[in-house]
Design a protein around this ligand. Sequence first.
Ligand code: SAM
Length: 263
Amino acid sequence: MHFHIMTLFPEMVMNGLNTSIIGRAADKGLLSIEAINIRDYAFNKHQSVDDYPYGGGAGMLMQAEPVYQAYKAIEERINYEHKGDGGGCEEYMPKKPRVVYLSPQGDVFHQKMAEELAQEEDLILLCGHYEGIDERVLEEIVTDYVSIGDYVLTGGELPAMVMMDAIARLVPKVLNNDSSAELESFQGNLLEYPQYTRPAEFFGKKVPEVLLSGHHKNIEKWRREQSLIRTLERRADLLEKAELSKEDKEFLKKVEIERKKTE
Ligand code: SAM
């Protein structure tokens, strides 16, 4: 998978992602990350990329032209590389890559979205700054508007990094153990069960007996139940969309009855 980040602060993105699991995955060639400096496509000698908004109002706005030219350069390169991959046959159709504009006005990012975007071969992430970007270029190039939450940040770089981190770890082989992504919070709309590592006792608190038993079936059952309890306690809204078996539903009913008794 190839990430292309359009930004005014390329070092911020590259420094933030070139470490740890994502950095190692890039070193191994499992994915690639490039940050394209929109300022390189400025069309004036001062390399400025922002201007006052028409109609007045606070702040500056990123201009359409540099953003468009930066996008065209990426699109051309992606298509050139695909032709080289054997797309050079006569029926080869140029690809319109997916372009995500990070914006507080977008759909709020979630795990399912990350799973879906992880299927893309190329993903362009467009980071705004100042008061945002001239609407006309957004209409021209953007395919998806994504927010990371209902608050306003100074730029799209941190949201782009959040998205890339969540997507990259779903790319096959990026995590050492592929199944670990499958068992985590939000898979099946449940939160993950509590986890423990050595020592077996900490501040007088013992690791639940069942986890030391070596009895895989019982451990699995315990984890499922803990996952249900945790979701009920912390994110009950998820349970409405969760894939629950008959046993799960019965278990949750029992937990609710117990909870009511202690209220
Ligand atoms: N004037 C814009 C508005 O009210 O919708 C906000 C602009 S914000 C100060 C500057 C940039 O930060 C945006 O263009 C966007 O790229 C990014 N940004 C800010 N908050 C964000 C959020 N919650 N999710 C994703 N991107 C965000």
